[in-house]
Design a protein. Structure first.
Ligand SMILES: C[S@@+](CC[C@H](N)C(=O)[O-])C[C@H]1O[C@@H](n2cnc3c(N)ncnc32)[C@H](O)[C@@H]1O
Length: 197
């Protein structure tokens, strides 16, 4: 997310809206507020309220305790559209049946020229291969590429894929458990069809 902001939001971000989906401890929200964005942080966990003092000095911050799925469903294309959507390590926790619906809603609501950056989990992740987590979604890099390539909005906007990178590594979870990770990092930009290079 930091790389995407440094590369694509170098100017004054006053008046720009960022969504931090699955905001966790609110460090990304704080970073985005410091960069001048108005931030809407969304997380399903009540515990996130406990981190709100980190950002209490900012007026352009809103915390919504709800699932990403219900947040995007209730946010229509007419509402304040985000210039940036950041979903760091949160989208994999959406159940499979709601995944495409959620992704399409995020993309439909994103502003033209807006950026969507986040991570998905690959099929070789231990939570898929060993634990068969049915409450999560897993993908191949090819499948993610096909999904972004096929997307077209009602206004004929498409996506420019700025980054799509899969990395496998062995590292511990936040609980300290060893795990094989398969992470697909992505950054896409919504563009008018004619602007696609
Ligand atoms: C691994 S943490 C990542 C937190 C933060 N984005 C970061 O990178 O440090 C995942 C976060 O997503 C939240 N989360 C998981 N599934 C969610 C969902 N369906 N809707 C909203 N938040 C969700 C969890 O409560 C948790 O705070």
């Amino acid at each position: 997310m930091v790389r995407a902001v440094e590369k694509y939001f170098q100017g004054d971000n006053q008046g720009k809206i960022a969504w931090d989906l699955g905001a966790g401890v609110l460090d990304d929200s704080k970073y985005l507020l410091d960069k001048g964005f108005s931030v809407v942080a969304v997380d399903s966990s009540e515990a996130v309220r406990g981190y709100a003092p980190k950002v209490s000095e900012y007026t352009d911050f809103e915390l919504k305790i709800e699932t990403i799925q219900s947040f995007v469903l209730l946010t229509s294309e007419k509402d304040n559209k985000p210039d940036l959507v950041s979903a760091q390590l949160s989208l994999p926790f959406i159940t499979n049946d709601l995944f495409v619906f959620t992704m399409e809603h995020i993309l439909d609501t994103l502003k033209t020229e807006g950026i969507f950056t986040g991570q998905l989990f690959g099929k070789k992740d231990d939570w898929n291969t060993l634990y068969h987590r049915e409450d999560m979604n897993f993908h191949t890099k090819e499948g993610v590429t096909a999904f972004f390539t096929k997307y077209i909005s009602r206004n004929s906007e498409t996506l420019e894929i700025l980054l799509l990178n899969e990395e496998e590594k062995d590292a511990v979870t936040v609980e300290g458990e060893p795990k094989h990770w398969d992470i697909i990092d992505f950054t896409v930009k919504k563009v008018k069809k004619t602007n696609l290079k």
